[in-house]
Design a protein around this ligand. Structure first.
Ligand SMILES: [Zn+2]
Ligand SMILES: [Zn+2]
Length: 561
């Protein structure tokens, strides 16, 4: 079934709340969800995802394609952002111009959003409204309640959304951390109350639905870091997710307890430290030592915080591993601690980094060696706890790949609740009898190429792949009125290796081939640019495949004078 291009063409029953994910269902990243009733819509989260092996070259950032919303954009009452992770807020400054609607979030998220909007030159245009944790508010037909949960960033909020006959609990990202180190505890009293009041449907985080038990506490992780760092006698460099304020707080405490001073490498760490302090977090975090002063500190008193826990090539940790960081050179018997998980797809990059470090006789400690990382997402027993508290009629798993969402649905069913599977683009009516599929609207992906958002299905990007794989050959012919060559054909190879042939010889052979092809053609072909191009491309392609075994992109320019 072909997806419907515009959401306005979908027949939605009056008085019924509808749910539509445009990103984040069937994938981890790029969350964008909509709730709609009587022609008015609310956006919950507007995130990005990052490129992987399948992404065309030159694309690092990917946003949901929201073209299906163009026809209803006047009816969007607002964008509500649950928390400040990139997969929830990262798309705001890329997509807001297409939506032009107010934004609502708590203070920490607002601070992160404003920084991004400022960098995009949008700060004056986008109304970012700060909401207090636990607040109640109305946006058009939607009654919203913000419920505090714990996660791996300050101010992770679930939303209770009341509209029509329905009460929805939209979890955002969450876990149940009994000792989150920084920020508020989760509001278990309110969760139990909400269960008493009645929740019809939970739309929730599936990330760890395949993982047994509980996700663990930031406080346990702090103990692990203290033990590991306390054992080291030389310099220690730690990398973690910059937005994990609790982890930064723990590292501040560990530095204090182990007699070390902290120095920071990497812009995103500075940004998040600044945001956290400006919004009331990290009050006890020690003052930083400028990297220029590190030479005056013994190695045993240095604790370096560095960006790049996923092996990102431009981040500080990759530069340290290569010995290319301008401000610091790691030395033998230093220790690097990866206080983070490996996001699937980054294994090879990180293995290369571990090798570079161990070749320099630098010790590497990861979460496989010591309890120095905990996940920010609920494992199976936390999901069970939430469902026993809320007792929803139905569960719609989101925020996960298919296997995570399937495992999440199984947990709901095991506890006696209904579960509905959803994929990006599905419009569901949330009725008293459970979610009902209504239609499927277009839900694509946009890649950021420079400053331009391009559909990943765009021809320009598929051509980029062809160029990346096979390179390019250009042929320029200058012909007179009788289609005779006025000069030798110009042949250029871009990204095409010449193999055993000398590059010049290869070009000469190709020029000779063009001349032979031209000599053999009828005047009908010679007088037609199109036929001439086709003929040269066919013969050229066959020859290059035979000589080099590749099929470069070909561009034949015919100039007639
Ligand atoms: Zn998320
Ligand atoms: Zn998150």
């Amino acid at each position: 079934m072909k997806p419907i291009a515009n959401l306005s063409q979908v027949q939605c029953d009056p008085g019924v709340l509808h749910f539509l994910p445009l990103g984040g269902s069937g994938e981890i990243g790029m969350n964008l969800n909509l709730y709609g009733i009587d022609g008015q819509w609310l956006i919950v989260d507007i995130g990005i995802t990052f490129a992987d092996d399948t992404t065309p070259p030159g694309i690092d950032v990917i946003c949901p394609d929201i073209s299906a919303l163009q026809s209803i954009k006047e009816s969007i009452v607002g964008i509500v952002i649950t928390h400040a992770h990139e997969d929830h807020v990262g798309g705001l400054h890329y997509l807001w111009r297409q939506l032009k609607t107010p934004v609502y979030c708590t203070a920490f998220t607002a601070s992160v959003a404003r920084r991004k909007l400022g960098e995009a030159g949008l700060l004056d245009q986008v109304p970012v409204n700060e909401v207090l944790p636990g607040a109640f508010m109305e946006l058009g037909p939607f009654g919203l309640e913000w419920v505090t949960l714990t996660h791996s960033i300050p101010e992770a909020n679930a939303l209770v959304i009341r509209a029509g006959e329905q009460t929805i609990f939209h979890t955002g990202d969450w876990k149940l951390d009994p000792d989150p180190v920084e920020g508020a505890h989760y509001d278990d009293r309110r969760l139990l109350e909400l269960g008493e009041l009645g929740i019809d449907c939970v739309v929730g985080d599936s990330t760890n639905a395949t993982v047994d038990g509980w996700s663990g506490s930031e406080a346990e992780c702090q103990k692990g870091l203290l033990e590991v760092i306390g054992q080291q006698t030389n310099r220690v460099a730690v990398t973690c997710f910059s937005s994990n304020t609790a982890r930064l707080s723990s590292l501040g405490d560990v530095a204090h307890e182990t007699g070390r001073r902290i120095s920071v490498l990497g812009r995103s760490l500075f940004n998040y430290l600044q945001t956290a302090k400006a919004t009331g977090y990290l009050r006890n975090f020690p003052p930083l030592v400028p990297t220029t002063d590190l030479d005056y500190l013994p190695r045993s008193e240095q604790l370096i915080l560095a960006t790049g826990s996923q092996g990102e090539p431009r981040a500080a940790m990759a530069k340290l591993a290569k010995g290319e960081h301008p401000d610091l050179l790691l030395e033998p018997d230093d220790t690097v601690v990866f206080s983070s998980k490996v996001i699937p797809g980054n294994e090879k990059k990180l293995d290369r980094l571990y090798d570079l470090l161990s070749n320099k006789k630098i010790h590497v400690i990861t979460e496989r060696d010591a309890p120095i990382h905990v996940s920010g997402h609920p494992c199976r027993d936390e999901l069970r706890w939430l469902y026993r508290a809320l007792r929803p009629s139905f569960v719609i798993p989101v925020h996960g790949e298919d296997r995570h969402m399937a495992a999440h649905a199984d947990i709901a069913v095991e506890l006696g609740f209904g579960a509905s599977r959803v994929k990006n683009g599905d419009v569901l009516a949330l009725t008293a009898d459970g979610p009902k599929f209504v239609a499927c609207v277009y839900a694509g992906r946009l890649g950021l190429s420079g400053t331009v958002l391009v559909p990943l299905s765009d021809r320009a990007l598929s051509e980029r792949r062809v160029l990346a794989v096979g390179g390019m050959v250009t042929v320029t012919l200058v012909l007179d009125k009788k289609a005779r060559l006025m000069a030798a054909p110009q042949v250029q190879l871009i990204g095409v290796p010449s193999g055993e042939l000398d590059h010049k010889v290869l070009i000469q052979n190709l020029v000779a081939l063009v001349e032979d092809v031209l000599a053999d053609q009828s005047s009908r072909v010679l007088q037609s640019d199109e036929l001439l191009r086709e003929t040269i491309q066919r013969d050229f392609g066959a020859m290059l495949r035979r000589w080099l075994g590749i099929k470069p992109r070909q561009l034949v320019n015919v100039v007639r004078v």
